[in-house]
Design a protein around this ligand. Structure first.
Ligand code: HAM
Length: 426
């Protein structure tokens, strides 16, 4: 038997109702903040991720699904392609390719699958879904303002609250500008030099090539050593410190609680200044429900113009896990089960169903070969609120037996009144 690949999974009903509920709610929230949807391809040139996320990151070094694509025109060499492990790189690529700076500040969001070859466990999959947003544009459009950072964070707080996810914690840090990080990297190298002998092989490599990445280490025995390292907060220059202070001031004004965490450096190289994660207690080891930050130099590092930006991505799989409500609570059950009774009644039932569905009534359609008892059983199993009997007598008289399956009450309703009757109660 062929099964779904390890780390991937099927999302089945009724659980998909929760996903739809999340999608609809976030689209609604994005609308209120004037974000618009962007869709980029799920695979891109491998170089895009190497140059943005960074060669030394776990994502690029270990987790990408990459292949040599031979489907190019004759004479052209194969091209290295990669299933997107995240969507910020693709959005910034599109920003450059389509000269989106001409539109001023772009407030874009996306919902879609991402791919990372991580060890599967609860809340961690190889195909997972992100709901993300990016605010990016020329400096003159206000893209670098701390007001943008605070707006994004406030949006996230409101979104989580609206979904009924309340026990979140916003962890906030600033990782400064490239000059700050160069000085910090030097300090880290020095501090790491006497320690690396005792650390894992990955950390020994990171200590040389990209010491900040030591903070991505998940090896338990390395953690006490990592705890002793200097922190980026001591290396911020005055403009970065001030920017971070202003973000915090606005957050306090809009009453979004946060915790400063100067160990939070995020696992991707493109970040500058504000970096954040929202964690949730119920998620266990994979407790980051979302992450994000500023990436003021990303466009330039991909060959574009200066375009400061800030964004985030929510792990939708984890968000759904953190929702406390059962799928049934958001599932719309059929308003009516239409039960054709006897030969020739499928046609009449189909006509009625078409009319009712035209009024946005959720109608499930039975089959004329079913006995009435079977129709009742199916209607009950589906949780339909009404059953509508379509038999020869009903068609002749133009009045239909409509039974409320909750109260047991049965009435005879003229055909023309059926939509209003079912709409009024839906
Ligand atoms: P990230 O922290 O790599 O950031 O991923 C964001 C979120 O995606 C995580 O907090 C987590 O909820 C979810 N996630 C990541 N990997 C997995 C996985 N294997 N299984 C399930 N969920 C996962 C980014 O991707 C950045 N592009 C975010 C961003 C946007 N920064 C600026 N703009």
């Amino acid at each position: 038997m062929i099964k779904a690949i390890r780390g991937t999974r099927d999302l089945l009903p009724p659980e998909t109702a929760l996903w739809n509920f999340v999608d609809e709610t976030v689209r609604d929230v994005f609308r209120a903040y004037n974000f618009q949807e962007i869709r980029t391809p799920i695979f891109e040139e491998t170089q895009l991720f190497a140059r943005s996320v960074g060669e030394e990151t776990d994502i690029v070094a270990k987790e990408m699904y990459t292949w040599e694509d031979r489907t190019r025109r004759e004479g052209e060499s194969a091209q290295s392609l990669t299933l997107r492990p995240e969507n910020t790189a693709g959005v910034v690529r599109a920003y450059i390719e389509h000269k989106l700076w001409e539109r001023g500040l772009n407030k874009l969001y996306y919902i879609g699958p991402q791919f990372r070859r991580e060890r599967p466990q609860k809340g961690r999959y190889r195909q997972f879904y992100q709901i993300g947003a990016e605010a990016i544009g020329p400096e003159s459009a206000g893209s670098e303002s701390p007001a943008r950072d605070a707006e994004i964070l406030e949006l996230l707080a409101s979104l989580l609250n609206r979904l009924g996810i309340e026990e979140w914690r916003l962890q906030l840090n600033s990782i400064g500008c490239p000059a700050d990080r160069a000085r910090y990297a030097e300090a880290l190298r020095k501090a790491l030099a006497p320690l690396t002998m005792k650390m894992c092989a990955d950390c020994q490599r990171r200590a040389v090539h990209n010491p900040l990445r030591v903070f991505d280490c998940k090896v338990p025995s390395d953690q006490p050593l990592i705890e002793t390292l200097p922190r980026i907060s001591q290396y911020l220059d005055e403009p970065c410190r001030k920017h971070f202070e202003q973000v915090q001031e606005i957050l306090r004004a809009v009453e979004v609680p946060f915790t400063l965490n100067d160990r939070l450096v995020r696992g991707l190289d493109y970040y500058t200044r504000t970096a954040f994660e929202f964690t949730h207690g119920s998620l266990g080891a994979q407790n980051a429900i979302l992450g994000g930050g500023r990436y003021d130099g990303l466009s330039e590092s991909l060959g574009g113009p200066k375009a400061p930006g800030i964004g985030f991505a929510i792990g939708e799989d984890r968000l759904v896990l953190a929702l406390k409500r059962p799928a049934e609570a958001v599932l719309r059950k059929p308003d009516v089960y239409i039960a054709p009774l006897g030969a020739g009644m499928d046609r009449e039932a189909a006509r009625l169903a078409r009319e009712l569905r035209g009024h946005s009534i959720v109608a499930e359609l039975g089959d004329e070969t079913f006995r009435l008892k079977k129709s009742f059983e199916i209607a009950a199993k589906l949780g339909a609120r009404y059953i509508l009997i379509v038999g020869e007598n009903e068609v002749k008289s133009g009045a239909f037996a409509l039974k409320n399956l909750e109260s047991g009450e049965q009435v005879s309703v003229p055909r023309s009144e059926l939509p209003a009757r079912l709409e009024a109660t839906s």
